[in-house]
Design a protein around this ligand. Structure first.
Ligand SMILES: [Mn+2]
Length: 217
């Protein structure tokens, strides 16, 4: 996406999405001494956009969120990968989380909860999402290897902690079966994508209500 089209997508806040609701888009830029990250999200997208974090395996995983969550995501991270991938992975998670929180706005009319089981060959992962307003990540992924190619599986949780802590959602990720760590991770991202899509989607019978008896998040 060019600089022009980024600006255009920010302007869409007054525009309508495919369903006639106000478009839910946001752009967040986060600049630190370690990384510079920009993320534009459209919650009512069709899975378009370019993800370039400087960490190819992370790009491959965020592409799962984009494609299976049907979120449009434009992400660019320039980070200190000459040290290692840690800062880029964590800060991309933080920035994407902030963009989701901003795009979700007051959360009126959404389903709030989402869940999905995703298989990938021998691997099977369950993801459960609650857009609760309270950050919480509960993961049980018994990795069978420490690395996938050059990607350190420790970084997997850094992405999700960043995302969850900055979007104030509760997420449970349980890898129930799996022998190949690439499959364990990819089935987790696919399950998360579908669960997040379900949680973010509008509930047509409750468009004017907040999905909380507290009437607040
Ligand atoms: Mn793969």
């Amino acid at each position: 996406m060019t600089a022009n089209s980024t600006a255009q997508s920010q302007d869409q806040n007054s525009a309508k999405n495919l369903y006639g609701h106000a478009a839910r888009t946001a752009t967040v830029t986060r600049d630190t001494a370690e990384t510079q990250v920009t993320c534009t999200v459209n919650l009512d997208g069709t899975g378009q956009g370019t993800v370039d974090t400087g960490v190819p395996f992370l790009d491959h995983m965020i592409d799962q969120i984009k494609r299976h969550g049907l979120f449009d995501l434009e992400i660019k991270c320039t980070g200190d990968t000459f040290i290692d991938d840690h800062h880029s992975v964590e800060d991309t998670g933080i920035t994407v989380g902030q963009a989701f929180a901003k795009a979700l706005g007051d959360k009126k009319g959404i389903r709030r909860y989402g869940h999905f089981y995703a298989p990938l060959d021998e691997a099977l992962t369950r993801a459960v999402v609650d857009l609760s307003g309270r950050p919480g990540l509960h993961m049980d992924i018994p990795f069978t290897r420490s690395h996938v190619g050059t990607f350190d599986v420790d970084l997997f949780s850094e992405f999700f902690y960043g995302f969850v802590n900055h979007s104030w959602m509760t997420v449970h990720l349980d890898n129930l079966k799996g022998k190949n760590s690439h499959h364990q991770i990819e089935s987790t991202f696919k399950a998360f994508a579908r669960a997040l899509r379900m949680a973010c989607e509008y509930d047509e019978r409750a468009l004017n209500t907040l999905p909380s008896t507290k009437e607040a998040f």
